[in-house]
Design a protein around this ligand. Structure first.
Ligand code: GSH
Length: 217
């Protein structure tokens, strides 16, 4: 059975690999699972055909036979449970790797997304300059704690896991923010994730989609 995921037909990040299909692509590459990609326009994402897969009309989704999933974290967890390589076997270490997946999407990602959303939708508003330090502060509060936990370690808890995959991708959204410069260990952590062959393949594949769409315009 072929695995099919959905992704933007033309990603608003212009191929920087920030859209959440990148996490799913990366996980599939890590475990060596081939997959097809169904590309969607913003309009198609809100049509019934896609809403029947994803009630919130977003990407990514994951289809494998009768199984349909949405939510990048749930998809990566499913992939990690189906294949070796992204979750440790030992019960406690496995639970902690899953804990870090939740920490990535539930604790670290929300203030980062709020900051990005404010930049996209409010940067021309009179209150933006006053609001930005507060948004930055909320992001940095989590970066401080994460950086302190990581210390000099290579990954969050022993070997590379789905927890690192999710966390690295969540942090990548800050690469052009200037906020990471005070956290050299987090910069190095992201770079270690980006250096993985599976990451590179996934990144190249999503970039090729963006470049093909741009060339066809
Ligand atoms: N929590 C969801 C968020 C999904 C999400 O925000 N997807 C974005 C792309 S990264 C999207 O589809 N945006 C278009 C829209 O919401 O209309 C996940 O992790 O999968």
């Amino acid at each position: 059975m072929t695995v099919t995921i959905t992704a933007f037909e033309q990603s608003p990040d212009r191929g920087r690999g920030l859209a959440r299909d990148m996490r799913v692509r990366w996980a599939l590459e890590e475990v060596g699972q081939p997959y097809d990609v169904h590309l969607l326009s913003f309009a198609a994402m809100k049509k019934q055909a896609h809403l029947s897969l994803h009630p919130f009309g977003q990407i990514p989704t994951y289809e494998d036979g009768d199984l349909v999933l949405f939510e990048s974290g749930a998809i990566v967890l499913h992939i990690a449970e189906q294949h070796a390589g992204l979750l440790p076997n030992e019960v406690g270490a496995r639970a902690r790797a899953i804990m870090w997946m939740f920490a990535a999407v539930g604790t670290v990602e929300p203030p980062i997304v709020e900051r990005s959303a404010a930049y996209l939708m409010e940067r021309d508003k009179p209150w933006y300059a006053e609001r930005l330090p507060m948004l930055d502060g909320r992001v940095c509060a989590q970066l401080d704690r994460l950086s302190r936990h990581l210390g000099d370690a290579e990954w969050l808890d022993g070997a590379f896991s789905a927890g690192d995959l999710m966390m690295v991708h969540v942090l990548r959204r800050l690469e052009s923010s200037g906020l990471l410069q005070d956290y050299p260990n987090l910069v190095a952590y992201i770079a270690r994730g980006e250096a993985r062959p599976a990451y590179k393949q996934a990144f190249a594949d999503q970039l090729a989609v963006f470049e093909a769409a741009s060339a066809g315009k």
